[in-house]
Ligand binder design. Sequence first.
Ligand SMILES: *[C@@H]1O[C@H](CO)[C@@H](O)[C@H](O)[C@H]1NC(C)=O
Ligand SMILES: *[C@@H]1O[C@H](CO)[C@@H](O)[C@H](O)[C@H]1NC(C)=O
Length: 267
Amino acid sequence: MQLLWSSFVVLLLLQLQPNLGQRVVGPYPEERTPSGRIKGGEVAEPGFAPYQVSLQATIGTHNCGGSILNERWILTAGHCVQNYTPDRVNVITGTNQFREPGAIYYTEEIHMHCMYDQPYLHNDIALLKLSENITFNEVTQPIALPSKPVQTGDVIVLTGWGAVTPNGGAQADLNKLTLGFVTFEECYAIFNQTANLGVGHICTFSQEGEGSCHGDSGGPLVSNGAVVGVVNWGRPCGMGYPDVQANVYYYLDWIRNKISGETRCKF
Ligand SMILES: *[C@@H]1O[C@H](CO)[C@@H](O)[C@H](O)[C@H]1NC(C)=O
Ligand SMILES: *[C@@H]1O[C@H](CO)[C@@H](O)[C@H](O)[C@H]1NC(C)=O
């Protein structure tokens, strides 16, 4: 009953607040909205983001981004893998063209944050444990976890295959975009004190016409050599509002505990 009730509340909220915190994409968004590339970005050169992966339910169809933390673990957004069984989460590595996998790895376990979407749009983070070790090479490498919070002035790089328009199609090439950090206070004010924003989020912005879009979800925001954000939600695409990402620094304990084998829901 507890579960049914929670789902009901979330559905109710979705219906009551259609404009609050539109996700960049939903769970496996291509089934509802096509994916493409980052709005306002440029094509990334080969090997630019060797930690970037594409999550594909059907090989050849990009659903979400993710990043390689180590040989066995992929970081992504909760809404990218919610309600999916591991066999529907194929991980494509070592490529800037999602249709041309460098390698394909299979997911053995999906670990959603225990408080995923509670409250609505919070704790939108998940980890995938692969069935075998990733083989690293020039274009396939892990990205470090952050050792300090993101600060004003930090340069943040977003990569993804996400769309240029809300209904845009998937783009073949990985795109990159440089963004700045927006403080919580500023972001909270811009979003009119929405309850959808909290300490587990960071906001990024460059300028109107640039930002994350459908298909970028789950993908990495990297600063100072570490993955600092996971694409969560925003007003797609490049509408002049900050984009909202899971704050990886805030989830460090959760990530480390899951990777070290903690399966209980105590975080
Ligand atoms: C996978 O990688 C880990 C970490 O380097 C290593 O300890 C382990 O032996 C590897 N497993 C296999 C099956 O190669
Ligand atoms: C915040 O409220 C103002 C005034 O109603 C509105 O113009 C603006 O679009 C709102 N911001 C967001 C992010 O919805």
